[in-house]
Write a protein that binds this ligand. Structure first.
Ligand code: HEC
Ligand code: HEC
Length: 301
């Protein structure tokens, strides 16, 4: 048996551990006896009160979140969160329908729910090239309540089986990515993998015009195009870590799957380097794709 924890293999620890295991019941009872007094007392005294205070807290979050939603989000995302507010008309990237529980920008596995920090990142940073604004100045408790409210809009969050957690992502980019000299030696590998796995949708030169990228629909039945990766700005952030996250975890509800299981960390970084190179090459040729600037229709009375 391996615990991956050195104290279990320490010679002086072993006898005590197995003695306790052979007397498992006795040990458990002794432990229970130690715990019961305090925990039962705590249960009797504070449990109903705790429950009531939890409920009050939830109600407070919900009401506050709903008020913020109605002030800042409803014109695009719609009264019931279906993404069909009055400002949604004519937008190419349609506001998210929150009823489905499908979120594109996540640190979690492709196909699973995001964690709160994912929603916060999107809400604070906005989504480049779409109508989704930047709400960088929401206070922490406002953020908490607006996220609470978004989650109340979909059944997916009520199913504990769908609870999800972030996958392990690198905390910083490799140093070679920052050095022009060293980066060069990784470009051929990135270019090759890009041609194999990505060009069919994103196009050889990263303009989003690959032969397989036409006529695609997203999960909400809106037409969707592969991203123009050679553009300066990307929906979910422009840093190498942002690109890494998207390539690793994919974008739910779109044909952009996550490659975390198929590619090694180094291989994903090589793709990030190649995407950066595609932008530089397009810039040098003078045909870098531009990120759309969205004109909002203004509040309809
Ligand atoms: C002017 C329109 C507009 C407003 C106002 C707006 N959004 Fe959005 N939002 C969008 C669009 C468009 C998208 C989808 C972009 C895409 O899918 O590429 C989006 C997507 C999102 C997403 C989904 C991110 C994901 O991972 O899929 C979240 C979360 C979100 N908005 C939260 C909010 C919140 C919270 C507010 C209010 C505080 C708000 N939005 C206000 C237009 C808007
Ligand atoms: C089947 C088609 C398809 C393939 C194959 C594909 N993608 Fe995508 N990708 C998409 C679509 C569609 C989007 C846009 C989703 C959106 O706008 O919501 C996208 C978006 C992206 C983005 C997000 C950019 C942003 O705006 O934040 C990155 C990065 C990306 N893809 C990288 C890759 C890489 C690297 C590969 C190969 C390993 C790849 N994709 C393979 C279809 C594909």
């Amino acid at each position: 048996m391996s615990y991956g924890f050195s104290i279990f293999s320490h010679p002086s620890f072993r006898p005590a551990f197995s003695a306790c295991r052979s007397l498992l019941l006795g040990c458990t009872l002794a432990l229970l006896a130690l715990l019961t007094n305090s925990s039962i007392a705590a249960d009797e005294e504070s449990s109903p009160a705790e429950k009531a205070s939890d409920q009050r807290r939830d109600l407070h979050l919900y009401m506050k979140g709903r008020a913020l939603y109605q002030k800042f989000c409803v014109d695009c995302h719609g009264t019931t969160g279906r993404g069909n507010g009055p400002w949604a008309v004519g937008l190419e990237a349609q506001p998210r329908n929150f009823r489905s529980g499908l979120y594109k920008f996540r640190t979690t596995k492709y196909g699973t729910l995001p964690v709160d920090a994912d929603l916060e990142r999107t809400i604070r940073s906005g989504i480049s090239g779409t109508a989704m604004p930047v709400f960088a100045n929401l206070l922490d408790d406002e953020m908490l309540s607006v996220i609470y409210y978004l989650k109340s809009l979909s059944r997916a969050w009520k199913d504990p089986a769908q609870a999800s957690q972030s996958v392990t992502l690198p905390k910083e980019a490799p140093t070679w990515l920052g050095s022009d000299e060293e980066r060069k030696s990784h470009l051929p590998a990135g270019a090759e993998r890009y041609r194999l796995l990505c060009a069919v949708c994103h196009g050889e030169s990263g303009k989003g015009d690959g032969p397989g990228g036409t006529g695609m629909m997203d999960a909400w039945e809106h037409p969707i195009r592969p991203a123009a990766l050679a553009a300066e700005h990307h929906k979910s952030g422009d840093s190498p870590l942002d690109l890494y996250r998207t390539i690793a975890t994919g974008l739910n509800g779109t044909p952009m799957i996550g490659f975390a299981d198929a590619l090694k960390e180094q291989e994903i970084w090589e793709l990030v380097a190649w995407i950066d190179e595609l932008g530089k090459q397009a810039e040098a040729r003078g045909d870098r794709p531009s990120t759309p600037v969205i004109e909002l229709p203004g509040k309809k009375e």
